[in-house]
Ligand binder design. Structure first.
Ligand code: ADP
Ligand code: MG
Length: 751
C-alpha cells in the first residue's frame, strides 16, 4: 500500500511538526523550554479564541484545549489542517452500479421497504431499501440504537454511503453512513473532506472551525510570483481552498494520491519550512565554539602502527572526514554509518586519539553494559600500552569504584572514558572534554545525548578557558555511530543538520553469510548441524525468541532452551546469557565464549548490538518471525566476522503472515544493511522507522519522503538560496514562511 510510507495522523499521533531532528543536538528539549507551547502566535494568525465555534463558548477553554492538543491554535493552524481523504457525496449511483464497483464506496438512495431486528446469529438491524429501478439493497447494522430503527421506518427515503458487498440475500452495505432525506434533497457540490480527527473533535466541529478560519486569516503568499513561476507551483490561497473544498469535477485520483498541484504546493511549503529551520539550526551550531582538536600526533601514529591490520579504504576516507571536522572551530556533529562488522570502533578510537593528542578527554558511551565493557577492553588493550589512562564507568560499579572513576574523570587523569548511560548522570564532571562518541546512537534518547554533550560546556573546563572573553562556551565534538543506515531521503530532511560518513566496505577476508529459513519442526536437524559445526571448532550463537509481552517468559524460554541444548549436546559446553544476569555474571559467560571454553551460547536479545567474537560462525535465531528486519540484521551481524564461512539459520513457526514472510525472504536474499534498511522503510514507513520510535513525533504531514524526493531536492535548493541571499526580500520570505509553517515551534531552534 502506497500510503504506508506517509505519516499517519490520528489522535495518538498529534499533528506535531518535528522541529527536533533526533540527532541534532543544537536544540533544547521541550522540558527545558517550557514556554514553547505558549509562545506568541505569528502576526498572520488569528488567535484560536476567535474561531471557537459557538458550542465551545458555553464551556470556555474546553474545546480550545482539545484543539490545542491537536496542535490547532492559530487560524493558520486550522487552515493548514488539511483533509486526510475525501468522500464523494456529489452523486447518487443506482444500486446495480454500486454493486458492480468492487471495493469502492458509493452513495445510493432508496425508499425503505423493510426494517427489522434479526436475533440470530446475533442481534442486528436489517434495513432494506429499493431505488427507482426497483433494485434492492440491505443495510446491515450490528450495533444500532432503537432510535435508528425508528428513523428508518418503511416508506422513508434514505441516502446511504459505503462499500457494497454481496451477501446471502443480495447486495448489502455493512454499517453505511446514512441520512434520512426528502425527495430531491440537494447533493453536495464538492467532495466532502474528511479531516484527521480525534476524541472530542468530530468532523462537524473541525469543519466548522476550519471554515471560519478560512474566512478570517490573512492570505499572503510567502512565495513571490517569481518563485512560484520558477518552481511551477500553485498560489497558496487557491491551493488551500481547493483542498478544503474540491470541485466535484476534479481528478479525484490526483487528490487522493496527493499529486494534485494544490497538494504539491503544500508539500513544497512544508518541506521548505523544514529545510529552512534545519539550515538555521546548522548555522546556530556553527556559531558555537568547540575545542580545537588540531593535533594528529604521537598517540594517533603509534596506535596506527600497532594495529594488526591496515585500515580499509572506506575507513581511511571517513577518518579523513572526521579529522577535518575535529580541527574546526565549531562542534562536529557527524554520524558514522557502517554496516555491522565494517569496523567503526577503530575509527572511533582514532578520533579519540586525536582528542587526546590535542590535550583533551574523549568519552565513548554504549547502550548496553556488555557492549560498553567490550569497548572498554578493546580500547584499553589498544591504548594503555601506549601510556593512555582509560577509565571505566557503569551503573553496576561498586560505590567506591565509581567514586574512583569519577575522580579520575574530574581531574583529567583519565584521558579516555568508556561507559554506559551512567556517564550522563549529573555527578560526573569532566575536566576538559573534547569529543563525545556515542555507539549505536539510535538506542539512546535525544535527551540522553544532549546531557552528555552538555557535560563539556561546564564552567571552567579547559575548553571554555581557551576561548576569548565573551565567546559562547565550547561544546565538545560529537561522533555518533550506527549500523542502522538511514536512507538518503531521510538523511536529507530529518537529519539535515548532520554530516554523514559512510563506511561502505567490509574489512577483507570476510566470507559472506549464508542465510536459511527453516521450519521450527526441523529443530532436531538444526541441533545436529550445530553439533557437527562445534566439533569442527566453530562457535554458535543460539538466540531465543523475543517475547515482547513478558520478560519473565522470555527468560523462562531461554533457560529451557539452555537445558534442552545442554542435554542434546553432552560433549559440548553450552553457555547462557540473558538480560537479568548481573553484569559480572554476564561478563564471565561472555569471557568463556570469547576464549572458546563454551562452544554454544544461548542468549536472549542482549547480544543484539555490537558483540564481537570473530570465531563464532553460526547463528541460530528461534522464532525469527517475531523479530523486525533491523533486529535480525543486527543479530546476524554477530557472525561472519572471521575467516570461517558463516551461516545464519532463521527458525520460524508457520504459518507465516505476509509481513513476516517478506522479512524472512529479504533476510535470505541480502546481507547488505542498506538494502535491508530500504526494504524496512518500505514495509514499515519512516514514521515507525525513525519518527515514532526515536523522537515520538511525526515529522511531515503532507510530503512523502519516498515519492516526493524531487520536491525535497527543490526545497533544499530554494532554502539554500534564500538563506545565502542577503536581500531584504529573501529575508522576509524566510521569516514569513517559517512563521506560517512553524509558528511558535520555531523557538526550538533559537538556542
Ligand atoms: P562495527 O562496525 O560493527 O562496530 P567493529 O568495529 O566491531 O565493527 O569491527 C569488527 C571487526 O573487524 C573487529 O574484530 C575489528 O577488529 C575488525 N576490523 C576492523 N577494521 C579492520 C580492518 N581494516 N581489517 C581487518 N579487520 C578489521
Ligand atoms: Mg560496533
Amino acid at each position: 500500500m502506497k500510503s504506508a510510507v506517509r505519516f499517519t495522523i490520528n489522535a495518538e499521533n498529534p499533528l506535531f511538526y518535528a522541529l527536533e531532528p533526533d540527532l541534532s543536538l543544537t536544540m533544547p528539549t521541550p522540558e527545558q523550554n517550557p514556554d514553547v507551547a505558549t509562545a506568541a502566535a505569528s502576526s498572520e494568525s488569528a488567535p484560536a479564541a476567535k474561531i471557537k465555534p459557538a458550542a465551545a463558548q458555553k464551556k470556555p477553554g474546553k474545546l480550545a484545549t482539545r484543539f490545542a492538543k491537536f496542535g490547532l491554535r492559530s487560524g493558520m493552524d486550522f487552515v493548514l489542517h488539511l483533509p486526510a481523504r475525501y468522500e464523494d457525496e456529489t452523486e447518487i449511483v443506482p444500486i446495480v452500479e454500486a454493486a458492480a464497483r468492487f471495493g469502492q464506496p458509493s452513495q445510493v438512495e432508496g425508499i425503505v421497504t423493510g426494517c427489522e431486528v434479526q436475533l440470530k446469529p446475533r442481534k442486528q438491524l436489517l434495513v432494506t431499501i429499493a431505488d427507482d429501478s426497483g433494485h434492492q439493497l440491505i443495510m446491515r447494522f450490528i450495533n444500532f440504537y432503537g432510535s435508528q430503527q425508528k428513523q428508518m421506518e418503511v416508506g422513508r427515503r434514505v441516502r446511504a454511503r459505503g462499500e457494497v458487498r454481496h451477501g446471502f440475500f443480495g447486495p448489502e452495505m455493512v454499517h453505511p453512513a446514512f441520512r434520512v432525506v426528502t425527495a430531491n434533497a440537494p447533493l453536495a457540490q464538492a467532495l466532502t473532506p474528511v479531516y484527521p480527527a480525534g476524541v472530542g473533535l468530530s468532523q462537524a466541529i473541525l469543519r466548522k472551525a476550519i471554515n471560519e478560519a478560512l474566512n478570517r486569516v490573512q492570505w499572503r503568499d510567502t512565495l513571490s510570483p517569481l518563485w512560484r513561476q520558477r518552481l511551477e507551483l500553485m498560489e497558496f490561497e487557491p491551493a488551500i481552498r481547493l483542498l478544503h473544498n474540491p470541485p466535484h469535477d476534479i481528478d479525484q485520483y490526483t487528490l487522493t494520491e496527493r499529486t494534485h498541484p494544490a497538494w504539491e504546493r503544500m508539500k513544497f511549503d512544508e518541506l521548505l519550512a523544514q529545510q529552512l529551520s534545519m539550515k538555521r539550526a546548522q548555522a546556530a551550531r556553527r556559531s558555537v565554539g568547540a575545542p580545537r582538536l588540531d593535533t594528529v600526533g604521537q598517540l594517533s601514529n603509534a596506535f596506527l602502527m600497532t594495529l594488526p591490520f591496515a585500515l580499509t579504504g572506506a575507513q581511511q576516507k571517513v577518518l579523513a572526514e572526521i579529522r577535518t571536522d575535529l580541527r574546526a572551530e565549531f562542534p562536529m556533529q557527524r554520524l558514522l554509518q557502517g554496516d555491522v562488522g565494517s569496523g567503526k570502533t577503530v575509527v572511533a578510537a582514532l578520533a579519540a586519539a586525536q582528542a587526546i593528542d590535542s590535550g583533551f578527554q574523549a568519552v565513548l558511551m554504549a547502550p548496553t553494559e556488555i557492549l560498553a565493557e567490550q569497548h572498554f577492553r578493546k580500547l584499553a588493550g589498544w591504548m594503555e600500552p601506549l601510556g593512555i589512562s582509560v577509565a571505566w564507568l557503569t551503573g553496576s560499579l561498586k560505590k567506591k569504584e565509581k567514586a574512583e572513576a569519577k575522580a579520575l574523570i574530574e581531574s583529567g587523569a583519565a584521558q579516555l572514558v568508556v561507559g554506559t548511560h551512567a556517564l550522563i548522570q549529573d555527578t560526573v564532571q569532566f575536566s576538559n572534554l573534547g569529543l563525545v562518541i556515542v555507539d549505536e546512537q539510535h538506542r539512546f534518547g535525544v535527551g540522553q545525548r544532549l546531557t552528555l554533550r552538555n557535560k563539556g560546556t561546564a564552567q571552567g573546563t579547559a575548553a571554555s578557558a581557551d576561548l576569548p572573553a565573551g565567546a559562547s562556551p565550547a561544546v565538545p565534538h560529537q561522533l555518533m555511530m550506527s549500523a542502522t543506515p538511514i536512507p538518503r531521503t531521510l538523511a536529507m530532511t530529518y537529519y539535515a543538520d548532520l554530516e554523514v560518513s559512510v563506511i561502505d566496505e567490509l574489512p577483507p577476508g570476510r566470507t559472506p553469510i549464508v542465510t536459511r529459513a527453516i521450519d521450527q519442526n526441523r529443530r532436531d536437524e538444526v541441533i545436529n548441524r550445530i553439533h557437527a559445526a562445534a566439533l569442527e571448532g566453530r562457535q554458535v550463537y543460539w538466540v531465543c525468541p523475543l517475547i515482547e509481552e513478558s520478560e519473565a517468559l522470555e527468560l523462562q524460554t531461554a533457560t529451557d532452551t539452555h537445558a534442552t541444548l545442554a542435554a542434546a549436546l553432552p560433549t559440548l559446553n553450552v553457555g547462557l546469557v540473558h538480560g537479568r544476569m548481573k553484569p559480572a555474571e554476564k561478563q564471565a559467560v561472555m569471557d568463556a565464549f570469547i576464549r572458546n571454553q563454551t562452544q554454544v551460547l544461548v542468549a536472549t536479545t542482549v547480544i543484539e548490538v555490537g558483540v564481537d567474537v570473530p570465531n563464532a560462525s553460526l547463528m541460530v535465531i528461534e522464532h525469527a518471525e517475531r523479530f523486525g528486519l533491523s533486529q535480525l540484521h543486527q543479530l546476524r551481524g554477530r557472525v561472519g566476522r572471521g575467516a570461517a564461512a558463516s551461516a545464519c539459520l532463521l527458525l520460524y513457526q508457520g504459518p507465516l503472515g505476509p509481513v513476516a514472510k517478506q522479512r524472512l525472504l529479504i533476510m535470505r536474499e541480502t546481507t547488505d544493511g542498506f538494502e535491508i534498511a530500504r526494504k524496512d522503510l518500505e514495509i514499515r514507513g519512516p514514521g515507525e522507522f525513525l519518527g515514532a520510535r526515536q523522537s515520538g513525533q511525526a515529522m511531515l504531514r503532507f510530503a512523502n519522503l519516498e515519492t516526493d524526493q524531487w520536491l525535497v531536492e527543490k526545497a533544499r535548493d530554494v532554502a539554500q538560496f534564500l538563506l545565502q541571499d542577503k536581500s531584504e526580500d529573501s529575508a522576509r520570505t524566510v521569516r514569513a514562511h517559517l512563521a506560517r509553517w512553524l509558528g511558535s515551534k520555531e523557538d526550538f531552534l533559537k538556542v
